[in-house]
Structure formats: structure tokens, C-alpha cells
Design a protein around this ligand. Structure first.
Ligand code: AMP
Ligand code: MG
Length: 343
């Protein structure tokens, strides 16, 4: 669903005048401001309550617009642009002097993405070509995948929200740092390491985003914050299906005894087997992209239902499943246990 042309034109004017507009992208909704205007970037941080050392992604709509905002365009960037843009991948490059430090959180590098959502592309064009946009949630909340999520978090604090229906991927873009000799994934997303390696050859993953690396500082400043947090305490239970169902049901009984409201993130195959009022299926285990699309909506619904504790099954870490587990682990503050024994 694309937003009406008149609405996009009006939104473009608001951005040109230094205002803020939330808009749909194929990953999640973004909170846009003019990327070349330091005042707009300051407003984005203020509206979200986002720490100002957490840089914004600059969104463009034409390949040739890159040259104004980066110092040089390496071969790796050309290859990635050709293979995946417009699409859910963000490149980190050395910034030019035209990009204010306010937009890059004080860094000398800039994050650039060309989204594929048609409303996003028309808006960027109408705004003059450069739209800084982090996810359009209040800092610390799950990213918005529907316009109503943006309204819940930022309604009244920004000039306009463009409604483009449900974001089709549902998780934020893959971030790749191209300033190092070997391209490095700073945030996993829909475009996986395997897909990148087909185009670039060897690719590394920032050690800090691997499950065992949660103690070291990640290179994407935003990855150090406890993002995507639901209000309830979330615990992930991993292991073999039967053991997981048994363990979660035992935990639900304990929670009930304590008088706690509990929720479960299950799959189509297991949703009917839990004794809790709020059981939500994240789709079929065979289709990881369904889980990616539904995850943030589910976490937000649990907030509305005011549950105290959430137990989630773990998901396969293949394909986009790696990004799903990365976000789920962050939402859980890395609380994960193995059914049948602690992890
Ligand atoms: P969001 O758009 O809300 O998903 O946040 C943007 C993400 O991109 C955050 O995790 C930032 O830390 C990361 N990011 C943006 N610019 C840079 C940069 N120059 N270097 C490293 N990470 C960046
Ligand atoms: Mg975000």
C-alpha cells in the first residue's frame, strides 16, 4: 500500500522546512528529517529520546546522490549497490564535509541506504534527496512495523505520519562497514552473510553481535543499547521441541502461582500446547521471514496486554533467522536458558 501522492508532496515540504515525518520502508517505519540540516537531526534525537551518540542512517533515492555525502565510493560499495539496492542493506562509508556531525553521532563515517519501498523513495525525492532516519519508535521500544505503532510512540511529537501499511520485512536493514579492509557486518538483517559473500568474497561479522560476544563494544553504536525491549521480562528457552514445551509450561505454572500475567511466543506447530492466556504464534518454523515480519508486533501487543513475563521459543539461526535471534536476544537482555539445563 503506497501513501497518496499529495500526502508525500506535503511530507517532502515539511522535511525541506526542517520538520519531521515518519514514513514506511520495507524494513520498518523510519523517522525522517533532512540529513544535511543539523537542526533536523537534533529534533530526531529529541523526539525519540535517543542518545545523541547513536548515528542516523541517511536514505537516498538515486545512486548518483551518493557522491555528495561520502569521501569516495569504494568498489565494494558499487558491487553492493548493484546487487541489493534499492533494498534492505546499509553501507558505512567515510563521510564528506556536507554531512553534519549531528547526523552521524559525531562519527567521521556515514551510514547510507536506498530503500525499495515506493513511498519512501518518492518522499526522499520530494525532500531533496537526503533523509536521515532511524526507526520511528521511542528509544528502547520495539521498532514500528505499522503506522499505528508510530502513532503510539511519537504521536503529537512529529509533524506527520505517512501510512504505507505493514512493513514487509519487519526487521531493520543489514549494516555493513565498508571502511575496513574486509567488509564487516555490524547488524544482521534480511541480507545475510552468505548473500554478501557471493558478491564481495570474504565478509566478517562484528564479534560483539555474536551471542558469545555480548560483553565487547559493538562498532555500530546503536547495538550497545538494550533496544527492542518489551515492558515484560522476556526469557528465551532453547532446545529440542518437546523439552521446550515442557519447560515453558512449567515456568507458566510457576508464574501463575506468583500471580503474574504471562505470555508465550510460540510457533504454529506448538501454539495450542501452552497453558497461558496470551499465546502468540510467530508463524511456521519453515518460513523464518514470517517470524521476522511478526516479531515486533507481537512484542508490542504483549505491552498492550500488560503481561509481566514472556517466554519465547528460540529460532533457527539460518537465513534471516540470525537477525530474528539477534533482536530477540536483545529484547531479552540476553536471558536465555536451555530446556533441561542452564545455558
Ligand atoms: P536505526 O535506524 O534505528 O536502526 O539505527 C541506525 C543504526 O545504524 C544504529 O544501530 C547505529 O548505531 C548504526 N549506524 C549508523 N551510522 C553508523 C556509522 N557511521 N557507523 C556505525 N554504525 C552506524
Ligand atoms: Mg532503531
Amino acid at each position: 500500500m503506497a501513501a497518496a501522492r499529495e500526502a508525500v508532496e506535503e511530507a517532502g515540504k515539511i522535511l525541506q522546512d526542517g520538520g519531521l515525518v515518519a514514513f514506511p520502508t520495507e524494513t520498518v517505519y523510519g523517522l525522517g528529517g533532512d540529513a544535511l540540516n543539523p537542526e533536523s537531526s537534533r529534533k530526531i534525537y529529541a523526539a525519540k529520546g535517543r542518545p545523541s551518540d547513536n548515528p542516523l542512517i541517511v536514505h537516498i533515492c538515486r545512486w548518483e546522490d551518493m557522491s555528495l555525502i561520502v569521501r569516495e565510493i569504494p568498489e565494494t560499495a558499487k558491487k553492493l549497490g548493484k546487487a541489493f539496492w534499492p533494498g534492505p542493506i546499509t553501507m558505512i562509508l567515510e563521510k564528506s564535509d556536507r554531512v553534519p556531525r549531528e547526523t552521524t553521532g559525531g562519527l567521521s563515517t556515514v551510514a547510507v541506504r536506498m530503500p525499495s519501498d515506493p513511498t519512501a523513495l518518492s518522499l526522499i525525492r520530494a525532500a531533496g534527496g537526503y533523509v536521515a532516519a532511524p526507526s520511528a519508535n521511542a528509544s528502547g521500544r520495539p521498532s514500528p512495523t505499522l503506522a499505528k505503532h508510530v502513532e503510539e510512540d511519537l504521536g503529537g511529537r512529529i509533524e506527520m505520519i505517512l501510512d504505507g501499511g505493514q512493513a514487509c520485512i519487519g526487521l531493520e536493514s543489514t549494516i555493513v562497514d565498508l571502511t575496513e579492509e574486509i567488509p564487516t557486518i555490524l547488524r544482521p538483517g534480511y541480507i545475510t552473510k552468505e548473500m554478501l559473500e557471493e558478491v564481495l568474497g570474504k565478509v566478517e561479522i562484528d564479534g560483539a553481535i555474536l551471542p558469545e560476544g555480548c560483553k565487547t563494544a559493538p562498532k555500530a553504536p546503536g547495538m550497545k543499547y538494550r533496544h527492542y525491549a518489551p515492558k515484560a521480562e522476556l526469557t528465551i528457552i532453547s532446545g529440542e521441541e518437546e523439552a521446550v514445551v515442557k519447560r515453558i509450561n512449567a515456568l507458566l505454572k510457576e508464574a501463575e502461582k506468583k500471580g503474574l500475567r504471562s505470555g508465550v511466543i510460540a510457533t504454529d506447530a506448538t501454539a495450542g500446547r501452552y497453558g497461558a492466556t496470551f499465546v502468540k504464534s510467530a508463524g511456521s518454523r519453515e518460513r523464518e521471514e514470517e517470524t521476522a515480519r511478526e516479531l515486533y508486533r507481537i512484542l508490542r501487543e504483549f505491552d498492550d496486554e500488560a503481561v509481566d513475563v514472556i517466554y519465547s521459543e528460540a529460532f533457527e539461526e539460518s537465513g534471516i533467522g540470525q537477525a530474528v535471534m539477534n533482536r530477540l536476544l536483545k529484547a531479552a537482555g540476553h536471558r536465555m536458558e536451555m530446556a533441561g539445563g542452564a545455558v
